[in-house]
Every structure is written in C-alpha cells, then in structure tokens.
Design a protein around this ligand. Structure first.
Ligand SMILES: *[C@@H]1O[C@H](CO)[C@@H](O)[C@H](O)[C@H]1NC(C)=O
Ligand SMILES: *[C@@H]1O[C@H](CO)[C@@H](O)[C@H](O)[C@H]1NC(C)=O
Ligand SMILES: *[C@@H]1O[C@H](CO)[C@@H](O)[C@H](O)[C@H]1NC(C)=O
Ligand SMILES: *[C@@H]1O[C@H](CO)[C@@H](O)[C@H](O)[C@H]1NC(C)=O
Length: 504
C-alpha cells in the first residue's frame, strides 16, 4: 500500500506547478484507467494510486478494476501450482504446550496514566505507521485541495484514523460475517488439535465475535490486501505455541481457509528442517509466490538462546542463555520485515526440567539469586531480548518489531494439572468491554517502554473470552485434563492478527 503510493505525490506536485498540464495528465490517466479496466492484467500499482487520488467519478472505475486485480492475484495463485502437502501440523510437543504458569497471570491491572499516554502517542507508532504513509497523505491532501479541490479519499482518511487508534480499548460484538475462515477447512495450515470444529465441541457462538475498538474501526482483513502490503516482505512469529496459533490463524486468514497449492514451503531457507534425530523442525516458513510474501513461525518458547552442553549426547542438557537472544533471530533478523515475539507460559520449573534447560547468564550457570526465580528470569530475559532487538533497529530500518503481550489462561477450580476447567460456552458472560488505560501485561509493557518495539497488546481483550479455549475437547491432553490455555481456531488469535494487520 505504502510502497505503491511512492510515485503518486510527486506526480501530483508536479501537476501543481503546471496547472495547464494537470488537465492533460488527468485525461490521460482517465483513459489509462478505462483501458485497464478492460485489460485486468495491469499491475495493481496504478489501482491504489488512483483509488487514493482521483476524483470520485474516476474512483468508481478504480474500484471496478481493483476487483479484476484481486481476481488476478487469486488466479495467479492457483495457477502457479507447487505442491506442498506434507503433514506439518501434527504437534508432538503438546505436552509442553499446555503449561502451568508460574506467576503469568497473577498481575492485576493497575491504572497508570503515564503508560497509557505513552502507549497512545508512542513515537515509534508514529514513525512506523503514520509518518511513512502520513507524509505522502499530507502531500496528497495539499495538492488535492489546491488543484482538484478535494479532501482525502474516504479510504485514506479511514486509514489514518486506524493508525492513530488505540485498539486495546473496545468491546466484543456479535458479527455473523465471522469467522474469517472455516474451522472445517484450512486443513493445510490448521493443526487438528486446535480446530474445534473437528472435535466433539458443539457450541460455536465463540466464532461469531468481532473486536470493535472504542473510537475507531478495525480495518477489515483481506488476504489479497495483506499480501499486497507485504509484497517482497517477510513476517515472522517467534515464540511459544500461542505464537504458533497466531501463525496458523494468519495463514488461514490470508487464504480464507482455501486450499492453496501454490504456496511454497521455504523452511530450508531459514534453517527450518527436521534436525538429525528430531521429529519436526523448529518452525515453518511459507511463501506466497504471487506477491513474494513470506510468513514464518519459529519456536522459541522463552526467547533465549539454547545451546546443547554436550552436542554429541542425545540426552544432553541445554544452556538456556537468559541474556542472549535466540540464534535464529541473530541469524535471520536481516530477512525479517515484521517480527512478532511472544513468551510467557513456558516459564515454569516443570518445563525447564522436562526440557533439561539450565539457566545461564554471562556464559556461566546463573548464580544470581535475584534472577533465579521464574518470574524474575522471565522478566530479565524479555528485557534483555527486547533491549537487544532495539539495538538492532538502526541497522534494520525496515523492521517493524512487536512484542505480543501475554495470552491469558482461564483455568477455574484448579490448574491445568489439578482439574482446572473452562466450561463456559456463552460468549461475553464475564464481560465484553475493555476500557482500562493500562495494559494488563505490565511486564510486557515495561519491557517495551522507551524502545522502538511496539506492544501488540491483546491481554485484556482476550481476558474476557474465557469461552474461546479448547476446554475439555482437547484431543491431545490426557482424559480429565482441560486446555484452557490454547484457543479454538478460528477464534481469538484471529483478532490479534486483525490488530497486527492494522499496525503494519
Ligand atoms: C522477494 O523478496 C525478497 C526480499 O524479501 C527479494 O530479495 C527478492 O528478490 C524477491 N524475489 C522476487 C522474485 O521478487
Ligand atoms: C518486489 O521485488 C521485485 C523483484 O526484486 C521488484 O521488481 C518489485 O518492484 C518489488 N516490489 C515491491 C513492491 O517492492
Ligand atoms: C524487570 O527487569 C528490568 C530490567 O532488568 C528491571 O528494571 C525491572 O525492575 C524488572 N521488573 C520486575 C518486576 O522485576
Ligand atoms: C467442567 O466440566 C467437567 C467435565 O464435564 C466437570 O468435571 C467439571 O466439574 C466442570 N467444571 C465446572 C467448574 O463446572
């Protein structure tokens, strides 16, 4: 979107200098559009320019041709058949997926105005979203007002409104146009253990909810628009199984759950291959050839660097370097344009023990008591990973980096391993509105404060969605054990992606 607008303002400014030529140019463009309405193979570049900048009568035409372009993309997508039907989605680590969280969600939201204001007017937000597109829009506005006597197009106005919006405040509303893809489809990307339509679950009211921000609209997610915006770019999720849910959700949203044989498996480009003796890769990477857009997920549940202490020993313990970002990030950051990090539910003794991870700081086993407890180790790690990432931003000017706040758990009357449950099936019965100024994930908010990393703050809005978990229908957990951590898909993580989409 933004890239495509590049040429526009200059053209218009030039027009401003030569008012007599302006008419000629306008006529030319009009003819161009008519021609191209009949020949839908023209690039989408012109479409968006004209949609944004031409007078209303021409805009109507532009909308028409837009449809052609869209059809074009999907036909192209379908025709470039490269098969990728490997079964990737059988999760063998489900047992580590449902986690007993240490102090993950005991933080009570406290109202602190300072942080709220910071969040709303964060300079980074302006830098990444508003200024880039904003500077060209201002030019458009000026020229339009002078030459064509027009205001922003409605679309552009909406877009600017999006960028300034605080998506964390709002409410859930029932919307029968949801979900964005069918839980019976999307078998290509959606793990069956998260597809609640494939389970015994019979209630699906949770699928028909949409997040309505308080003071603005959330831009409608459209796969082709997402791909255009991400042309030649790579979006990476790095985090735990909840990050993987968000990844699968996004793949389903982009394809609307339709079988997409053209999508390429580019895992090997990112070292995402099954390791010797391993059962599955540490992540997956897929490319949409029509726009050269790559979406990937890398499993790093604690955002630490992991190093086998005895590489030759299959039973080896691992140094879990709390002060080193995952090697994957160091190796591939230059290839990532949008990065979404998350961590949270793996920070507990049981998981560390099961994984044979030993905390290291400064290259030595940790001896600092202040870091040794789980909550502190997590806080220390998230702060150091974000600090490192922030230090990388100047060298990676195209990178937009997000830290996704904690996905809430909803175990009632016990924890995951002590009979805790989440049996509610009625949406919005514990609340539907979020108006608080401050994030419900204070740790995440504090880690990104003062950095160029943005908070993708989904905690509070997910907190009122206790009915959206896999609950007792889990096909991977032991009998009697409920999954009140992971979400049914389609479901709540789709909304995280809608917000992400609005921020990139
Ligand atoms: C795809 O995008 C990458 C940058 O992400 C670029 O280096 C590469 O040349 C592009 N390939 C094609 C075929 O456009
Ligand atoms: C994408 O990459 C291709 C090949 O490098 C280039 O021709 C095209 O202009 C790029 N598109 C965008 C939007 O950067
Ligand atoms: C988290 O870590 C940061 C940086 O190490 C520190 O400044 C902050 O006080 C810590 N917060 C908590 C709650 O421990
Ligand atoms: C939830 O359902 C399970 C299984 O049907 C039942 O054992 C449990 O008591 C229920 N929990 C609550 C809080 O109703």
């Amino acid at each position: 979107m933004r890239l495509r607008m590049k040429g526009g303002p200059y053209k218009l400014r030039w027009r401003a200098k030569e008012p007599s030529l302006a008419l000629i140019v306008l006529v030319c463009i009009t003819i161009l559009i008519w021609t191209w309405d009949k020949s839908p193979t023209l690039t989408s570049t012109l479409t968006s320019k004209n949609q944004l900048q031409l007078p209303p009568d021409i805009e109507t035409v532009a909308v028409d041709s837009k449809r052609h372009v869209k059809d074009d993309i999907s036909t192209l997508a379908r025709s470039e058949a490269v098969n990728n039907k490997e079964e990737h989605h059988v999760d063998k680590t489900h047992s580590t997926g449902i986690g007993k969280s240490s102090s993950d969600f005991e933080t009570v939201p406290i109202q602190k105005k300072e942080e709220a204001i910071k969040h709303k007017h964060s300079p980074k937000r302006e830098k990444t979203g508003v200024i880039e597109s904003g500077s060209s829009s201002t030019e458009i506005e000026e020229t339009n007002n002078v030459i064509l006597g027009r205001q922003f197009s409605e679309q552009e106005e909406k877009r600017m409104e999006h960028q300034a919006c605080d998506y964390t405040k709002g409410k859930w509303v029932i919307d029968d146009s949801r979900p964005l893809y069918s839980g019976l489809g999307c078998k290509q990307w959606l793990a069956s253990m998260w597809a609640c339509r494939m389970m015994q679950r019979q209630d699906f009211a949770f699928e028909n909810l949409r997040w309505q921000p308080k003071d603005c609209e959330l831009e409608e997610f459209e796969g082709p628009k997402f791909l255009e915006r991400m042309q030649n770019r790579t979006l990476a999720f790095v985090g735990d199984s909840l990050g993987r849910q968000q990844f699968q959700s996004l793949m389903c949203m982009i394809t609307a759950g339709k079988e997409s044989p053209d999508v390429l498996d580019v895992g090997p480009e990112f070292g995402l291959v099954i390791p010797p003796g391993g059962k599955r890769p540490n992540g997956w990477a897929y490319r949409f050839p029509s726009t050269n857009t790559t979406v990937l997920y890398y499993w790093s549940s604690t955002l630490c660097d992991l190093e086998p202490l005895k590489p030759e020993d299959p039973q080896t313990e691992y140094a879990m370097h709390l002060d080193r970002p995952p090697a994957f990030l160091r190796d591939f950051l230059h290839r990532i344009d949008v990065l979404v990090l998350n961590s949270g539910h793996h920070w507990n003794r049981g998981k560390l023990r099961a994984n044979k991870w030993i905390m290291y700081v400064g290259g030595e086993p940790n001896t600092n008591r202040k870091i040794a407890d789980m909550g502190s180790a997590k806080n220390f790690t998230i702060h150091s990973t974000i600090k490192w990432l922030n230090s990388q931003l100047p060298e990676h000017p195209h990178l937009k980096a997000f830290y996704r706040s904690l996905s809430p758990r909803h175990f009632v009357n016990g924890d995951w391993n002590t009979g805790g449950s989440c049996n509610n099936t009625t949406p919005m019965s514990i609340g539907k509105e979020v108006l608080q100024e401050e994030s419900s994930d204070l740790g995440a908010a504090s880690a990104v404060r003062g950095t160029g990393i943005k908070l993708l703050d989904i905690t509070a809005l997910s907190q009122v969605r206790d009915e959206g978990h896999i609950s007792r229908f889990s096909i991977t957990s032991s009998p009697g054990v409920q999954d009140c951590l992971h979400w049914c898909l389609p479901g709540v993580p789709d909304t995280w992606n809608e917000i992400l989409y609005a921020l990139i």
